[in-house]
Design a protein around this ligand. Structure first.
Ligand SMILES: Nc1nc2c(ncn2[C@@H]2O[C@H](COP(=O)(O)OP(=O)(O)OP(=O)(O)O)[C@@H](O)[C@H]2O)c(=O)[nH]1
Ligand SMILES: [Mg+2]
Length: 461
């Protein structure tokens, strides 16, 4: 059905990792849905065996099915509410746990037995996906690793919120801390790939200025004077829910989703068979987690104008790496990401995507990585002269300055609802389904993990 591999049957390909894609919640479902819509003949790439879109919100699931023409058997409504969990992520977590049997039945009908791994797509700011993804991973790890004794890898593509969504900032911190803590018990994600809506929006605004202004003018039917006025729409409006604000957010996600898809495509690409293409060393989706730290920020620089005959190659490669890190990352990593591991995939025509350049790439990466950080290369050579040159960088545990904003937004919100009165603290249970302590612990995890942003003694009580 899905992922049929045209005419290839060699041992090499049959042994290669196959993954199953799961989109959870509205954002996760949209991303998988739009991927299918843009891919050739609505087919998944050959490494992806199947997919399932799940949600606790009936209306959203129906919408996604219609919008992207998804067959009913590839979707699942679960949980008690049918109207989503409204950001209350603990409900999202519990809904998965309570629906274990129907979820696994449906996955089984779609042929998930025997896959090597799972790719889960979700926003980190909502409730269904943010709470549900860690629960789903626990169940998958339990099923395969503990019950069957077979190692699987689970990747999460998690979307960080736009600016000014403080409630979502708090959810995101909880989710990432949950995923990392679970990993200590072998029940978390092997790789959490962070894409940020605020950064993706910023990139789009930089790269496609005119188009973006036209698009937003049309979609929102408002007069947008210039790019700056768009950026200022983000922080001030999103937490409230007027019609224009809802439409603004919708327009923003439509703008950034293609960017999210590009990075997924680039990560899959080395493992997908194509004629006229060589990959060395052989690289599969499964390899990324073996070589990288558990939290990763990708950067994708496409259609690079490298010309070996036109001047010094080391210099051109340095410019390429500088631009990729500073201008093409999917969450802003600033000027000094200090990454603790790096994976790069350089693809292009044979005279460009070649191992001889590895030394220069390594030198160029030096100022962006921590001393001793491992660098893993992969070259994808196309035997066609006009193939485009692309670079995918995966930065393991980089500094992410925008996390400071996220931590601050979350901290402010926690403080706002803190106080001696139990009535005040009731907010945490009411809107998140959990205790203040669990959220404070998550924030402190973040402060520790990304401690370089914090001044000493900033631990929350
Ligand atoms: N990039 C992107 N972001 C999205 C999309 N849809 C929603 N978001 C973002 O995701 C966050 C909200 O999460 P949702 O995915 O809507 O929430 P959910 O998982 O469905 O959970 P509940 O609605 O609370 O039950 C916000 O930060 C949105 O801006 C999308 O299609 N693409
Ligand atoms: Mg929803």
């Amino acid at each position: 059905m899905f992922g049929t591999n045209p005419g290839v049957d060699s041992d090499d390909t049959t042994k290669a990792a196959e993954v199953f894609a799961i989109g959870i919640g509205e954002c996760g479902s949209n991303i998988v849905g739009s991927y299918l819509q843009t891919s050739r003949d609505n087919k998944l790439p050959s490494r992806v065996r199947g997919y399932l879109l799940i949600n606790t919100d009936r209306a959203d699931l129906t919408k996604v099915r219609q919008k992207y023409k998804i067959p009913k058997e590839n979707t699942l409504l679960y949980g008690a509410s049918e109207i989503g969990v409204g950001g209350r992520f603990m409900d999202g977590y519990n809904a998965i746990m309570e629906s274990k049997d129907i979820i696994f039945d449906q996955l089984s009908n779609l042929g998930f037995e025997g896959v090597s791994g799972f790719c889960i797509f979700t926003s980190l700011g909502g409730g269904t996906g943010c709470g549900g993804a860690p629960a789903l991973i626990e169940l998958l790890k339990q099923r395969f690793q503990e019950e069957e004794g077979r190692r699987i890898f689970v990747y999460v593509v998690g979307i960080l919120p736009f600016e000014g969504q403080s409630s979502e900032a708090l959810n995101s911190i909880w989710a990432v801390s949950k995923l990392l803590r679970a990993q200590l018990q072998e029940r978390g994600a092997d790789l959490t790939i962070l894409l940020s809506n605020r950064t993706m929006l910023k990139r789009i605004l930089q790269w496609r200025k005119g188009d973006t202004v036209d698009y937003l003018r049309r979609e929102l039917d408002v007069d947008i004077a210039d790019i700056d006025s768009i950026e200022s729409m983000v922080p001030s409006t999103l937490d409230e829910a007027s019609d224009l604000e809802a439409r603004t957010e919708q327009a923003f996600v439509e703008l950034v989703n293609p960017l999210a898809l590009d990075v997924v495509e680039a990560m899959l690409s080395p493992g997908v068979w194509e004629s006229h293409k060589d990959v060395f060393p052989t690289t599969d989706l499964a390899d990324y987690s073996r070589k990288l730290d558990p939290v990763v920020v990708p950067a994708l620089y496409t259609d690079i104008g490298l010309i070996p005959d036109a001047g010094s190659m080391p210099k051109q490669l340095r410019t390429m790496i500088d631009y990729a890190v500073k201008e093409c990352s999917y969450a802003d990593v600033g000027e000094e990401p200090n990454a603790e591991s790096v994976y790069y995939v350089l693809s292009g025509p044979t005279h460009i995507a070649k191992a001889e350049f590895g030394m220069h790439v390594k030198e160029a990466l030096d100022k962006f990585i921590a001393p001793g950080a491992a660098i893993t290369p992969c070259y994808v050579q196309y035997h066609v002269p006009d193939a485009k040159t692309n670079l995918l960088l995966l930065l393991g545990l980089p500094k992410i300055p925008e996390l400071v904003t996220i931590i601050n937004e979350a901290t402010q919100l926690v403080n706002l609802h803190s106080g001696a009165s139990p009535l005040k603290q009731g907010w945490f249970m009411r809107s998140k389904g959990t205790s203040r302590k669990e959220l404070v612990d998550a924030i402190n995890d973040f402060r520790e993990l990304f401690s370089y942003y914090m001044t000493p003694g900033e631990t929350m009580q």
